[in-house]
Ligand binder design. Structure first.
Ligand code: 3HC
Length: 307
């Protein structure tokens, strides 16, 4: 092992940060670009499901909150693309790969949001799951990624709280509003559990990512943490989680729960989810419609250089 490789291993063993200028194994760099790109793409595509409700939010207050949240997601994407660029790739390259279907984004965003209650459920469950997954990433071994997570996690907690407050308000409303919330939770509960990835014994990346300190917890451990956090919240809300196997296990000090439909998960990951084509088409159109902005920015930068 070379001196540089020894230094890298010692840095990981000490739980210290690897920085962009440090030597790192190609495979470590490749795994980071893969995960950070997917994370960034998820933030950008994730703007679509809720963004569709901005123009028809039921009040100015709800519209302002939703606008702020969706704008935050764009910023999260920016931080993460910037972290990926310190690894020698570019936002343009990653965007081109996303648009060509060569890079992934989170499966959760391939589900439709037909009901306004989905805005609350996404905040409560999807951003709640994101918090469970992202807080440990504040301690990830790659410096720029971990530092991006700190600000993202602060904003995620606002996202989760606003969603939960929206649902609590609806649950104090009419029977019809309560039914809307329950119907939305029924649709989003299992896809939210899938956000944490496949079971550990079907996860080809977890072991190595844990060894490198990129991941600090396994998929199943984070999923369990999310279930244990969500059940009391569901009880306080007054909704039923659609899992007949959900039961407190006093011996484990955690909830036992059923398994998501992993065939559905892999189908959605492979592109056959309810909204995969729509989400990518929308992103491609937004990219094409924004070509003039990129052109103007490049022309302006050239002009500045000439001045
Ligand atoms: N959606 C899409 N693909 C998924 C997935 C999901 N929910 N879970 C796993 N996969 C893919 C993996 O990317 C991998 O495929 P690849 O090797 O071609 O990239 C394959 O399935 C096997 O999964 P692994 O568990 O082996 O892969 P990872 O070790 O990368 O773990 C992960 C998957 C847990 C999602 C991990 O990548 C991770 O923690 N990523 C960072 C967090 C993130 O991306 N969160 C997405 C949501 S962001 C969000 O919710 C925004 C919020 O503001 C709403």
């Amino acid at each position: 092992m070379t001196e540089l490789a020894e230094y890298f291993e010692a840095t990981i063993q000490r739980g210290d940060r690897v920085e962009p200028r440090d030597w790192m194994p190609d495979a470590y760099r490749k795994t980071l670009v893969r995960q950070i790109a997917q994370h960034a793409h998820s933030e950008i595509i994730g703007m679509q499901p809720e963004g569709a409700w901005i123009s028809c939010a039921p009040s100015l207050r709800r519209k302002a909150i939703l606008l702020a949240k969706v704008q935050d997601e764009a910023g999260h994407g920016l931080y993460l693309y910037s972290a990926a660029e310190t690894l020698g790739t570019s936002r343009r390259e990653l965007t081109d790969k996303l648009l060509a279907g060569k890079q992934k984004y989170s499966s959760i965003f391939n589900y439709p949001t037909p009901s306004y209650a989905d805005v609350g459920t996404i905040g409560w469950l999807v951003d709640g799951a994101a918090i469970c997954n992202q807080v440990p990433l504040c301690r990830t071994s790659f410096g720029p990624y971990g530092r991006a997570m700190i600000r993202i996690c602060k904003e995620e907690s606002f996202h989760q709280r606003q969603g939960y407050e929206l649902l609590m308000t609806m649950m104090r409303g009419t029977d019809e509003q309560r039914a809307m919330v329950q119907e939305s939770v029924n649709r989003f509960w299992w896809p939210a559990l899938m956000m944490f990835g496949p079971p550990d014994d079907a996860s080809p990346n977890t072991a190595q990512s844990m060894a490198w300190g990129i991941k600090r917890d396994t998929n199943d451990d984070l999923r369990q943490k999310f279930v244990d956090m969500s059940v009391p919240q569901a009880e306080a809300l007054g909704v039923t989680l659609p899992d007949p196997d959900l039961k407190w296990n006093a011996e484990r000090g955690s909830y036992d729960f059923g398994q998501p439909d992993w065939d559905e998960f892999w189908a959605v990951v492979k592109g056959d989810g309810p909204c995969n084509a729509e989400r990518l088409e929308h992103r491609r159109k937004a990219h094409d419609d924004g070509a003039w902005v990129r052109g103007a920015a490049v022309a302006f930068a050239r002009l500045e250089e000439e001045l």
